[in-house]
Write a protein that binds this ligand. Structure first.
Ligand code: UDP
Length: 259
């Protein structure tokens, strides 16, 4: 790998300085964490799959007019993105009760929600990413009122689009997490979609069997993480099958995963 300046190492990605000012390279790792990094492990090939899935989703979202940081995929594990000033908020969109919502409010997992719920969490590992309201966001200056409107509008559009996109391949989009960033154009800041969209940050249930095709397999020790991530990629036509083995399997056997 060429030597370049690392900007930040997160739980699942490393960010490097990009080739031009205002660009960043996102490197997708196989590392998986859960419960605020109390549980750690690796999912073989996850980075490769998430890079592809995220490229696919961001490209389609870009096509319907959602502004995103995605520029292009560079190789198996890396993509070029626009540098943004990250808004320190995780936006969670929910269509079906699961996870922390079910636990916090005592709603059985799998209960369809009467209306889509948007939640905001403050991105701070030391505080355990607490649930916050719009009042906190504006009061503490994490985002302005106008920016928050843009974020909420985009989150709903992303949800509508992605719900249909996953339904088309037999997957229920239960919930997911989005992150947004600010880009400066002269003196004006604009909000764009950032980070990644992959089974790491979504709950994806097979519509026919309710099988989980996401990081809950890792969080809940269900096994079959690699297969689940591959299955999502396969349904989107990102991993063409060749005589029983996926292309990804064959490449990893030949040790070419990072070429
Ligand atoms: N999520 C995420 N990163 C986080 C917290 C949540 O990507 O730090 C995603 C998670 O994968 C799920 C959704 O956001 O799709 C809702 O997660 P929830 O609040 O239920 O938390 P969890 O049960 O994962 O602790």
């Amino acid at each position: 790998m060429t030597r370049r300046r690392m900007i930040y190492e997160g739980k699942a990605k490393i960010l490097y300085e990009g080739p031009e000012p205002g660009t960043i390279i996102q490197y997708f790792k196989d590392d998986a964490t859960a419960f605020n990094a109390q549980k750690k492990g690796t999912i073989n090939g996850k980075g490769v799959i998430n890079n592809r899935i995220s490229e696919h989703v961001f490209t389609l979202l870009g096509n319907i007019g959602i502004p995103t940081h995605f520029i292009k995929r560079l190789n198996m594990r890396e993509q070029l993105v626009r540098q943004v000033e990250i808004v320190p908020i995780e936006v969670v969109v929910r269509n079906v009760a699961a996870g922390s919502l079910s636990k916090r409010y005592g709603i059985e997992e799998g209960t369809p929600l009467q209306r889509t719920i948007l939640e905001y969490y403050y991105k701070d590992d030391a505080l355990g990413d607490p649930l916050i309201t719009e009042e906190h966001i504006v009061c503490f200056g994490w985002a302005g009122q106008d920016e928050l409107h843009d974020i909420a509008d985009m989150a709903i559009r992303v949800n509508d689009f992605m719900s249909g996109m996953f339904a088309a391949v037999g997957i229920r989009l239960v919930d997911f997490k989005l992150e947004f960033g600010r880009v400066w154009e002269n003196d004006f800041a604009r909000i764009i979609l950032a980070d990644e969209i992959s089974p790491d940050g979504c709950r994806l249930w097979d519509m026919a069997t309710n099988e989980k095709l996401d990081k809950d397999r890792f969080r809940r020790d269900l096994g079959g993480e690699v297969e689940a991530y591959q299955e999502v990629a396969r349904r989107f036509g990102l991993l063409p099958e060749t005589e029983g083995a996926t292309v990804l399997d064959m490449q990893s056997h030949r040790g070419k995963l990072d070429s």
